[in-house]
Write a protein that binds this ligand. Structure first.
Ligand SMILES: [Zn+2]
Length: 430
């Protein structure tokens, strides 16, 4: 539908300024901004007193879960049963519905682009295809998919959202398979995570050694695909950089020499506070974490902050994602990530919005397509009651969304009230 947002306060993420004007949308693109008039056939929406901001980009999404802490993803028999189920035709159909509904929730929460970084059974390829064809409730959402993550036996996600290989050659083959099936990027897991750490103070133990990482990166780059890696320790970051990884996910302190190399080749760290902060700050009655996991969550959270504060000086870009599907990482919570980032790293709310829009688009290499309200770009626009450059919480209540020109009116993303209440408390106290 061709759209015309009239009399709206337009948030410019580049300058941090807000100016009044109209926005004309035709064929899913922004065709005019400022003192422009509606063309015949455009749906005119009066936005007096409201704010227009770019749609958010969530760089770290898993679509298989809702974010409610679940025993079935914590390992053991329950997880094995679930994984066996999602490999059957019936399981795949059920999983597709869950993932589609979660993609729709991302969209209704003002996220117009997601990058998935590890999902079961490649169902994400099918979902992306259907969304692109307009045959989905999530149509309008731009999806970059990785398919399964790739790691070695015993690596993070092995047996669930990651496939494993025992040799560099086997990993190369997994890259070939993913690209053939439609992957836009390759996700690997170099280190372990908080949940699979055996020792207190040692989250992020290296599981994938350098030759394995290098094999995957070289193969992916030969197809022109970027590589994102789960990294939760300094040693893991060093291996990621030496192996050729393009984006370090979650983050950990990066040693100076390594940071310099990473920055000079345009590397980025994708910060994900959404799992780290609740797991570190909520009590055990809510998280069900043991003392070791809670302590390690704190290590990861502080490592992220140290990394996000020091990396830009080396030219490393910072991106934002939620790690949706992890415990407490809901599919509607991208706006919280902006609040966490702003408060923990000490950047202005406007800088947090710029990072989650234009900054994230630059990391994906699609900044000429989305990430700001600019003539010629895709019409990925969110209309809000308040100015998000003053407080990103404005994204939590949305009046209209244009997702590549698809209009959503007063969208209500599905939410879990009990989880929201817990998260609201932390967000206030930060
Ligand atoms: Zn993840």
């Amino acid at each position: 539908m061709d759209l015309f947002f009239g009399n709206v306060n337009i948030a410019d993420v580049l300058t941090g300024a807000v100016y009044k004007g109209n926005i004309a949308v035709k064929g899913g693109r922004i065709v005019g901004i400022g003192d422009v008039s509606p063309e015949k056939g455009m749906k005119v929406i009066d936005c007096e007193g409201m704010y227009a901001a770019p749609g958010l980009i969530n760089l770290h999404v898993h679509l298989f879960g809702t974010g409610r802490p679940a025993k079935a993803l914590g390992g053991g028999k329950a997880q094995e049963r679930l994984v066996r189920l999602v490999r059957t035709p019936v399981g795949k159909a059920v999983l597709y519905k869950i993932m589609e509904s979660n993609a729709e929730t991302e969209l209704k929460s003002g996220v117009t682009t997601i990058r998935t970084v590890g999902d079961f059974s490649g169902v994400d390829f099918k979902l992306k295809r259907n969304v692109e064809k307009g045959r989905s409730r999530a149509r309008g959402l731009r999806i970059l998919v990785s398919g399964h993550a790739i790691t070695v036996a015993g690596g993070h996600g092995a047996g669930t959202f990651a496939l494993t290989g025992n040799t560099p050659e086997e990993l190369e083959k997994l890259v070939d398979d993913a690209v053939r099936e439609g992957a836009d990027l390759i996700k690997i897991c170099i280190t372990g995570g908080v949940m699979d750490a055996k020792r207190r103070g040692a989250p992020g133990e290296v599981r994938m050694e350098l030759p394995f990482v290098k094999a995957v990166c070289d193969r992916a780059h030969s197809y022109g695909k970027k590589v994102a890696s789960h990294v939760q320790s300094s040693l893991g970051a060093e291996i990621a950089v030496r192996g050729g990884v393009d984006t370090i996910e979650h983050g950990a302190p990066i040693e100076g020499g390594t940071a310099e190399i990473f920055g000079s080749r345009g590397g980025a760290v994708v910060v994900t506070y959404s799992p780290a902060i609740p797991n570190a700050l909520l009590g055990a009655e809510a998280t069900k974490l043991d003392e070791t996991a809670k302590f390690n969550s704190e290590v990861v959270m502080n490592g992220m902050t140290e990394c996000a504060k020091s990396a830009p000086a080396y030219g490393i870009k910072i991106g934002l994602g939620t790690d949706a599907s992890c415990p407490f990482c809901t599919q509607s919570g991208m706006w919280r990530e902006l609040v966490y980032y702003s408060k923990r790293v000490g950047v202005t709310p406007g800088e947090a919005v710029r990072t989650a829009t234009l900054g994230n688009a630059e990391i994906l290499g699609i900044a000429d397509e989305t990430g700001s309200i600019s003539v010629g770009k895709s019409a990925d626009i969110v209309i809000l009651k308040e100015n998000p450059l003053k407080d990103p919480r404005a994204y939590s209540e949305i009046e209209y969304i244009s997702a590549r020109g698809r209009l959503l009116v007063k969208p209500k993303p599905s939410k879990m009230p009990d989880i929201e209440a817990l998260l609201d408390k932390i967000t206030e106290e930060l």
